[in-house]
Each structure stands twice: as structure tokens, then as C-alpha cells.
Design a protein around this ligand. Structure first.
Ligand code: AMP
Length: 210
């Protein structure tokens, strides 16, 4: 089984959802830079204050801040820990920094078309407390507006509004798409069509991971 896995794919491609399922079934630890940054913003830490403006506009937070954050997180885990990297790396500079610290044995690319991404993100609802993710039609919470897991009130992320979503997709194409070639050259890229039910996609994800 692969133990250090990068999830690649545009915002809304299902990295968080599929990563969460891998954690539940196989005990991986998921490191999501987006979740860490949102927590920092909520708590008003120095990192949160610096990151807030970039996140609101859908731009990337500067590499040096992200690389330092992830270095610290990875160092705090035991070497044998199975790790899913969700939303990191997002630039070649971040991928190089990660590669210096950890040997990545799988880069799993979730391929989804733009129209589907916009639909998923604008109808996505997230739990600000436990980071669980829902979709109003395809994966609704049992009680409308509330998280199934921790009962908190669900939110539309401020960067999931259509205008910001379009900018995030543009940023993805410019800065993150080159990572597909990057990991292809390293020989550890697997691309999966990320369209279908969550369980159908997860069946393909499992095949790549096991
Ligand atoms: P996500 O939850 O992964 O969609 O990330 C939400 C936002 O956090 C992004 O639009 C960026 O502003 C920021 N962010 C998350 N991960 C990174 C990263 N690896 N590099 C730069 N910015 C990031």
C-alpha cells in the first residue's frame, strides 16, 4: 500500500472527500493546507492574518508561508505515518520542497471538467468545525443546514462564490496544472476521472492506493 500520497486536481474535484474516505478506511492522516489556513484565519493567528486576503480573492498564499507550515506539520508526525496531502503542493516550488522532506509514492490526479467544478463548489456546504463537506444535491446532510458529524451550522465558504471560483480555476491552471507533468516525469502519477458517485470514484481511488 502507498503511504505518502499527493492528491492533485482542481478545487472541487473531490480531494477532500476522497481523502477523508481514505483516512476513515485505512487510517491515513490528511494534511490539508486549506483547512489549516482557514483555522488560522478563524483564530486570528499571525499566519491567518497574512493569508486571509489571498484566500478571499482565490489567489495562492505565498510559497514560503505554506512550505514552513507543512514542514512543521510533517516533522511532528512519525516517519511511518500514512499521509494524504490535500491541496499541497500547488506549485512546483512547493513540490520540490515536499520532495526534499518526504518520498511521495503516488500522485493521484482527479480529473473533472470546469462546468461540473463550478456546480459542485457553488452548491458545496462545509462544516467550519470538523471540515466535513456536503453537496446540496449529491451529498446532502441528513438535517438541512447542519453537519451530520458534529451538528454545527454548515457554511458556504466565502471563496466558493461563483466569481471567486472562476479565479481559483484560473490560478489552478496557471500554477498547479504543471504538477501533473512534474509527477508524470517522476513516474508516480495516476489520473482518475473524478465524475460519478462518491463511491464509484472511491473504488478507483482504492485501486490506485492499494
Ligand atoms: P482549498 O481548501 O485547498 O481549496 O484552499 C483554499 C485556499 O487556501 C486557496 O484558494 C488558497 O488561497 C489557499 N491555499 C490552500 N493551500 C494552498 C497552497 N498549497 N499554496 C498556496 N495557497 C494555498
Amino acid at each position: 500500500m502507498k503511504t505518502k500520497i499527493v492528491l492533485l486536481g482542481p478545487p472541487g474535484s473531490g480531494k477532500g472527500t476522497q481523502g477523508e474516505k481514505l483516512c476513515e478506511q485505512y487510517g491515513f492522516v490528511k494534511l490539508s493546507t486549506g483547512d489549516m489556513l482557514r483555522e488560522a484565519v478563524r483564530k486570528g493567528t499571525a499566519l491567518g492574518v497574512k493569508a486571509d486576503g489571498y484566500m478571499k480573492s482565490g489567489a495562492l498564499v505565498p510559497n514560503d508561508l505554506i512550505i514552513a507550515l507543512m514542514k512543521e506539520k510533517i516533522t511532528s508526525l512519525d516517519e511511518g505515518t500514512g499521509i494524504i496531502f490535500d491541496g499541497f503542493p500547488r506549485t512546483v516550488e512547493q513540490a520540490n520542497a515536499l520532495g526534499e522532506q518526504v518520498h511521495i509514492d503516488l500522485a493521484l490526479n482527479l480529473d473533472v471538467n470546469d462546468q461540473e467544478l463550478i456546480d459542485r463548489l457553488t452548491k458545496r456546504r462545509t462544516c467550519p468545525k470538523c471540515n466535513a463537506v456536503y453537496h446540496l444535491e449529491y451529498n446532502p446532510p441528513k438535517r438541512a443546514g447542519f453537519c451530520d458529524k458534529c451538528r454545527s451550522v454548515l457554511e458556504l465558504r466565502s471563496d466558493d462564490r461563483e466569481e471567486t471560483v472562476r479565479n481559483r480555476l484560473k490560478v489552478y491552471r496557471e500554477s498547479t496544472l504543471p504538477l501533473i507533468k512534474y509527477y508524470e516525469k517522476k513516474g508516480n502519477l495516476v489520473t482518475i476521472e473524478g465524475v460519478g458517485s462518491i463511491d464509484e470514484i472511491f473504488a478507483k481511488v482504492k485501486k490506485a492506493v492499494l
